[in-house]
Design a protein. Structure first.
Length: 304
């Protein structure tokens, strides 16, 4: 109830922007403005400076704290690839901005009385701040580089995002059925020798890679050069006939993506009411609320 009655501040940060593998996760944490001084004593820090055990412990304590709300937006690799490779491409910065704004919008729509939002910048901080202010007039936005090390509320959001991504990868189950698949992926970053070796081991001449991989990353391009060319016919609406006719056209691709996506059947906890079921289909980003407000599924077609 405090979230709807007292002025609140929110922090937003991401995890997994750079890796070629797995989802990018945006996380937010919010609390009453009157709780801010207490928040600074809870040992939250930039998640990158903490060991995994420390992040897990802090996340568990955060979930048990009734004075804190949190939420995540999990953008899986399949969605990232689709958005960045579609005819009208959406770049990673825009995807990131939309995710952050989506978290703000969902909090407002669920009744949170947001007055201040602190965000780790993507791109130019001032341009980003202006964009956010125009979208949400009446809210004070502070956009800064390394905000996760400057503001405790962003440090908390960083932990939420990082732990969520780590658990998603740790519990990953491949939908693809090829033999000898494994999760010894290294860090997932393109420059990691273990990640490079994993990509070599999991390359397919027709299908490219499992859906764990972000096909839109430049790292993948070299692997597609020797792929099998696939050609098929596709029905296409005749634009000149204004939808009254159709025509056949031939489509040729040098590589295709898998379409499956799933995780372990274990449920992923939220800090709100009960547990959140895992995402079984990733057609759109899915937000999960950790506040005391009701769970919101922004896309009714998405299974959660």
């Amino acid at each position: 109830e405090w979230a709807t009655k007292e002025p609140c501040l929110m922090g937003i940060d991401e995890a997994g922007r750079g890796p070629v593998l797995g989802p990018m996760v945006y996380g937010c944490m919010y609390c009453a403005r009157s709780y801010h001084d207490t928040l600074a004593t809870l040992s939250f820090a930039d998640s990158k400076t903490l060991k995994e055990e420390q992040r897990e412990e802090l996340f568990e304590s955060l979930k048990m704290n009734s004075s804190i709300g949190w939420e995540v937006d999990v953008i899986c690799s399949k969605v990232l690839s689709a958005k960045m490779l579609k005819r009208t491409k959406i770049n990673l910065n825009e995807i990131s901005h939309n995710s952050a704004m989506g978290l703000v919008r969902k909090a407002i729509d669920s009744g949170v009385l947001l007055t201040e939002v602190y965000i780790d910048t993507v791109g130019d901080p001032e341009k980003y701040r202006v964009k956010l202010t125009e979208k949400f007039p009446g809210i004070k936005f502070v956009v800064a580089k390394k905000a996760d090390s400057l503001y405790p509320v962003v440090s908390g959001a960083s932990i939420v995002a990082k732990v969520t991504r780590d658990r998603a990868l740790r519990n990953w189950v491949f939908d693809e059925t090829a033999q000898n698949m494994h999760m010894n992926t290294g860090s997932g970053y393109p420059g990691d020798p273990n990640t490079i070796q994993w990509l070599k081991d999991h390359k397919h001449p027709v299908f490219g890679f499992p859906t764990l991989v972000r096909f839109s990353w430049g790292t993948c391009t070299a692997y597609f050069k020797n792929g099998v060319e696939v050609t098929w016919e596709s029905d296409e609406v005749d634009e000149d006939a204004a939808g009254y006719g159709s025509a056949k056209r031939q489509v040729t691709l040098s590589s295709l993506g898998f379409t499956g996506f799933k995780r372990k059947s274990e449920e992923i906890e939220s800090s709100g009411k009960g547990r959140l079921k895992p995402m079984l289909d990733c057609t759109e980003p899915v937000a999960k609320t950790g506040s005391d407000n009701s769970l919101i599924n922004p896309n009714p077609k998405t299974k959660i």
